[in-house]
Every structure is written in structure tokens, then in C-alpha cells.
Write a protein that binds this ligand. Structure first.
Ligand code: CA
Length: 226
């Protein structure tokens, strides 16, 4: 049973939401103020938090700000109508979604399902190729279980190759996916970054994994000439 933490100080809304969510098969825990909500959230064990913004004690944005230091639990903010700044701030601070009061229970349920689906996706965010494991969510890469430090571009380049393993990627495609603009001539930037990547990967394994396909580009596959 999926567990939802509901932080809402207005008793009528809290009761209504709790009733409907329980009816849908969720287990609901309620908190009536920000501080209690944060304490419960930090203890963990919830799949998602519904967080009102206007709360006594700590307001919802402050709860979210503090929570995000330790937890990536999905959070849907409950906002008052027309509180545009709250919505923007909430999303900037790492809220996954928001819903404006008054809301229909169908809309709330749809957003809960969507946020939970995203979470499942993120939890299986690891790409694996041979000894390389790349975690998209945590932004970490290990080779043979040992972490290697990559810059943002190196990470994006490796991620692109891993998502397309076995497929030859032209310099132009890599340029476009990693640097995000139409290059003018200077595709040797790709070669330079491939060299950086190879060196870092080679520090943890003897396998040569990124192959050059002469005249075309690069591919992540076993070295057939070895
Ligand atoms: Ca409130």
C-alpha cells in the first residue's frame, strides 16, 4: 500500500482528502503544521507528500526547502488560487507538481499517480554497459564499482553513448545531443572529450569500450580487434 503524507492545516480539506485517498487504497498520515510535517517526512517511509503552502509554524515552502536537503520524495504543493509566485518558488525549490485549491479529487488522484510514476522511473535510472554503471539521477559513474569523476559534458557524452550502446554515433549527433547546438565545423571538440572519457575509464579497467569508427564517429561496444 502506498503511503501519503498530507500536511494541511484546514481540517475540512484534510478530512476530505484523507477520506478520498483512503478510499482509493492509499494509506494517509496527516500533519496539521509545517514542523510536524517536516519531522514525519524526514523520518521517511512515505511515497509522496501533499504539502499545503500556508501552514502555521513553518510554511510549506520552508518545509520543502529543508526536506530537499535530505530527500527526493515526490512533493505536490497545494496552493491557493492566484498564488503564482508560490507555484514558481515551489517548483524552483524542487516540488514535483502543484494543484490549486479548490481542486477536484479526480485531478488530485491523477497528479498523485503521475508523480508516483515519475518516481519509479527515477529509481531505475541506472544505465549499465559492461563494467560501467551510470546513474542519471544521482549523476554518478562507476567503473568496476569504483567511482570516476566526470565533468558535466563528459557525463552527458557518456550517457548519450550508453543510451545508444552498439549504435555508431556521428560526431555531429554527439555534438548536437551533448552541446545542444548546430556546430560549425569544430567537431574535434567531440574527439577531445572522447579522449578525456577514455582516459578516465581506462584508469579503472583494461577493457577498451569506446570504439572509433573511422570516418563516422564513436560507438560503445566491445573491442573486436582485441
Ligand atoms: Ca493552509
Amino acid at each position: 500500500m502506498q503511503k501519503i503524507l498530507l500536511v494541511e492545516d484546514e481540517p475540512s480539506i484534510a478530512r476530505f482528502v484523507e477520506l478520498e485517498l483512503s478510499h482509493e487504497g492509499y494509506e494517509v498520515t496527516k500533519a496539521e503544521d509545517g514542523r510536524t510535517g517536516l519531522e514525519l517526512a524526514e523520518k521517511g517511509g512515505f511515497d509522496l507528500m501533499l504539502l499545503d503552502i500556508m501552514l502555521p509554524g513553518l510554511n510549506g515552502l520552508e518545509v520543502l526547502r529543508r526536506l530537499r536537503k535530505t530527500s527526493q520524495m515526490p512533493v505536490i504543493m497545494l496552493t491557493a488560487r492566484d498564488a503564482v509566485m508560490d507555484k514558481v518558488t515551489g517548483l524552483d525549490m524542487g516540488a514535483d507538481d502543484y494543484i490549486t485549491k479548490p481542486f477536484s479529487i479526480e485531478e488530485l488522484l491523477a497528479r498523485i499517480r503521475s508523480a508516483l510514476r515519475k518516481q519509479v522511473k527515477q529509481e531505475t535510472s541506472a544505465l549499465v554497459y559492461g563494467p560501467i554503471e551510470l546513474d542519471v539521477l544521482r549523476h554518478t559513474v562507476s567503473v568496476n564499482g569504483e567511482t570516476i569523476d566526470l565533468t558535466g559534458r563528459e557525463f552527458a557524452l557518456l550517457q548519450t553513448l550508453m543510451e545508444n550502446q552498439g549504435i555508431v554515433m556521428t560526431r555531429e549527433t554527439l555534438m548536437d545531443k551533448v552541446w545542444g547546438y548546430d556546430f560549425v565545423g569544430e567537431t574535434n571538440l567531440v574527439d577531445v572529450y572522447i579522449r578525456y572519457l577514455r582516459t578516465k575509464i581506462a584508469s579503472k579497467t583494461d577493457q577498451r569500450l569506446i570504439q572509433t569508427v573511422r570516418g563516422l564517429g564513436y560507438v560503445l561496444r566491445e573491442d573486436e580487434s582485441a
